[in-house]
Design a protein. Structure first.
Length: 355
């Protein structure tokens, strides 16, 4: 007797699709692919896309059947799902799903994400009005009947990483406080990739800080005795993963460009902290945040030798052109400290958002 041999590949298990819109997130199918049958291929034409806060971007994704130029068989509905991968790759955050005429976006992506659909096989995702939290890796998954495939695209943002510690001093933030501290300064907690890129661009900082994956690390470009030893090689030093509630470190924050005007307020007198806040409000602005002074310095080349109050109670000034009495050795945002808010007098940096 002749026997027929069918080789079946069973991949991820999903429940059968249901036609209504509410089922888009939870439907499940069993993927069965016959040997020698048509194979669905999902391709990202670029693995990495660059953009900036406030911009629009397209994450490329197209699907094909192997050995054919057709988008699909036409027998089954195409289901497209975009998710964002977390830094540890253990979870995925739903972004957008489409099947037939049904469309659904999730969380803070609602109203900001759409499929480009420039052709029958185009599953590219358009993200509008990009925010700092959009940075990361995205997975495009296409399902047709018993077949599915995925591609991953990284969205990088132009910006700057800066170290941050509060008025209380170094090593006073647990992980959750570190996240809030960055948000309060118009930034988000930085990823390892962002810190690594900053190190390659010359960031050197001896204090260890939290990163978005829960690790604690710090970048060294000039090895020296207090920072791991002068005979060690430059690099990003890793303290490992620590208790997010109990362990305390500084934090590395990431910020990008902004939709507004950052400026030093010309005022007839120097000001206390409270007077500085009121002076900015009177000028139609708000006292600037630490992330905004770093973004203005790095991305706009802002240069000012006058020390000024910022929203967190610190006093800083940005130097893009090193010169005598104004950071003679390096371009940097110079940190004066956290002076007495009631008695010390300085200028102020303000920020006016554009509508």
């Amino acid at each position: 007797m002749k026997s027929l041999l069918f080789l079946v590949l069973i991949s991820v298990c999903w429940a059968e699709p249901h036609p209504d819109n509410s089922s888009l997130e939870h439907e499940r199918i069993i993927h069965v692919q016959a040997e020698n049958g048509p194979r669905l291929l999902v391709v990202a034409e670029q693995a990495k896309i660059f953009s900036h806060r406030g911009g629009n971007v397209t994450l490329p994704c197209k699907f094909y059947h192997e050995h054919t130029s057709t988008a699909g068989s036409g027998i089954h509905k195409i289901r497209v799902k975009w998710t964002k991968l977390t830094s540890d790759y253990l979870k995925e955050v739903d972004v957008f799903v489409a099947m037939g005429h049904h469309r659904k976006s999730y969380g803070n992506y609602q109203g900001r994400v759409f499929l480009r659909e420039s052709s029958e096989n185009d599953a590219s995702l358009i993200i509008t009005n990009i925010i700092l939290e959009d940075y990361g890796r995205y997975k495009c998954e296409v399902i047709e009947g018993l077949e599915d495939d995925t591609a991953v695209v990284a969205l990088n943002l132009e910006g700057i990483v800066f170290p941050y510690s509060p008025r209380l001093g170094r090593y006073n933030l647990n992980f959750h406080e570190a996240q809030r501290a960055c948000l309060d300064q118009d930034s988000v907690i930085a990823s390892f990739d962002q810190l690594y890129d900053a190190w390659r661009s010359g960031l050197d900082w001896c204090n260890a800080g939290w990163l978005s994956d829960g690790s604690v690390q710090y970048p060294i470009t000039k090895p020296r005795e207090p920072c791991g030893g002068k005979n060690t090689v430059p690099g990003v030093r890793n303290y490992g993963f620590w208790d997010k509630d109990k362990s305390r470190y500084d934090v590395f924050c990431f910020t990008s460009n902004f939709n507004g005007r950052f400026y030093y307020l010309i005022h007839p007198t120097k000001l206390t902290y409270d007077e500085a806040i009121q002076a900015c409000l009177k000028d139609g602005s708000q006292i600037a945040k630490v992330g905004q002074i770093f973004a203005a310095w790095k991305l706009l080349g802002y240069d000012r030798c006058d020390a000024g109050w910022l929203a967190d109670g610190s006093v800083r000034y940005p130097i893009s052109r090193p010169r005598k009495r104004c950071s003679p050795n390096e371009a940097a945002v110079r940190f004066v400290g956290f002076p007495d808010k009631k008695h010390k007098l300085y200028g102020v940096y303000c920020f006016r958002a554009y509508n």
